[in-house]
Design a protein around this ligand. Structure first.
Ligand code: HEC
Ligand SMILES: [Cu+2]
Length: 355
């Protein structure tokens, strides 16, 4: 095979890989398909800066090739020194002012967007949620008008579509970063201060959230979901969460045994079902409706059994299996899993979302 053919073939293979891999992104996990206000503002800035930079690139390339081709030494021509323009005031002014103008074109909208997105003067008129990051899970406390806790949940954050939702970011341990690429930019979650920002979803959907700050061995498994539902469904969800009573659950016999096991073991030291109770581990009130659990696992019985028996095997360094964590056999773990899967508090679920 000729060498240029080999090169061409390599290029084709690489090219098709690029196209293939470009399809790997999830639609609700990309800043390039904005589905909310903050993400849209960022996207506009990405387009603006990319356009300006592509323009600069193009001009430089055109100039470069013009010079190379037009002013090259031709056959038979003598070596000559072109006219020297060093110190030309006019040229100096032109090529100093063009970059300044370009930077202004990019800086003004960026700074304006920064200030606008950071303005929280209307926070009291909107839904406010305290977000707490933990190694390696997320906790959410919805506040009422008086700032009292209204609803508590973990991992899945329900919000009403088309409404500005304010988030106050806290951490129980190290620095994390709250990021839902489709909805808004990312913001650090610091131990020393409370960062506040807002998100707003334009359409119903399940949006993927990530921790974007290396926070420990299981950092990459610290996922969460934002579930945007219509305002009516959101009110219904909130109402269901508030009025949930564990005693009303209609459990089958196996799940009932699982519930007993759950209560007899240490689970309740760390997990709450309902608004009151410890928040050392995720709140499990509506666990049966989770999109994923432990960040990334499918909420199936098999995965749950695996998790209950040995969470460390799945998520290194997670804080569930501390000193007194009991040993479970498969049978016991299955019963607990059954209970957790039947632990549903709301009539609005991720399945109701037009995604
Ligand atoms: C020492 C505190 C502690 C105890 C005891 C404990 N857990 Fe956990 N649990 C955690 C923490 C912390 C997490 C979060 C792990 C992570 O994702 O990083 C968790 C996560 C979970 C999850 C996944 C929740 C979600 O939505 O992501 C389930 C289910 C669970 N625990 C069930 C149990 C059961 C059942 C028991 C009792 C057998 C139990 N836990 C005992 C702390 C605890
Ligand atoms: Cu993190």
């Amino acid at each position: 095979m000729k060498s240029w053919m080999r090169k061409l073939r390599a290029l084709l293979v690489l090219g098709s890989f690029a196209i293939l891999l470009a399809g790997c992104g999830k639609e609700n996990l990309t800043a390039l398909i904005p589905k909310g206000y903050g993400a849209e503002r960022s996207y506009d800035l990405i387009i603006l800066t990319t356009t300006v930079m592509s323009f600069v690139f193009l001009v430089v390339i055109v100039l470069l090739f013009t010079v190379i081709i037009r002013f090259r030494k031709r056959k038979g021509e003598e070596v000559r020194t072109p006219k020297q323009v060093e110190g030309s005031v006019l040229l100096e002014i032109i090529w100093t002012s063009i970059p300044i103008i370009l930077v202004i074109i990019m800086a003004v909208p960026t700074v304006m967007a920064e200030f606008e997105l950071a303005d929280d003067s209307d926070a009291p008129e909107h839904l406010n949620i305290d977000v707490t990051a933990n190694q390696y899970w997320w906790h959410f406390e919805y506040k009422d008008e008086e700032g009292e806790i209204d609803v508590v949940t973990s991992q899945d954050l329900y919000i009403p579509v088309g409404e500005k939702v304010y988030l106050d970011l806290y951490t129980n341990d190290v620095v994390h970063s709250f990021w839902v690429p489709s909805l808004a930019g990312k913001l650090d979650v610091n131990p020393d201060n409370v960062n506040r920002f807002h998100i707003e979803a334009y359409e119903e959907g399940i949006y993927y959230g990530k921790c974007a700050e290396l926070c420990g061995p299981s950092h990459s498994l610290m996922d969460f979901k934002v579930i945007a539902v219509s305002p009516e469904k959101f009110e219904q969800w909130k109402d269901d969460m508030q009025n949930f009573d564990e005693e009303d659950l209609e459990l089958d016999a196996v799940a009932q045994e699982g519930k007993d096991l759950y209560e007899q073991n240490s689970c309740m030291n760390c997990h709450a079902i309902g608004d009151d109770g410890p928040d050392i581990g995720p709140n499990l009130t509506d666990f049966g409706n989770r999109v994923n659990f432990a960040g990334v696992l499918e909420p199936t019985k098999d995965e749950l059994v695996r998790w209950i028996i040995d969470p460390d095997e799945i998520k290194e360094d997670n804080r569930m299996k501390t000193g007194g964590y009991p040993e479970f056999n498969e049978d016991e773990a299955e019963k607990i899993a059954e209970f957790l899967m039947q632990l549903k508090a709301t009539s609005v679920t991720p399945d109701d979302v037009d995604n």
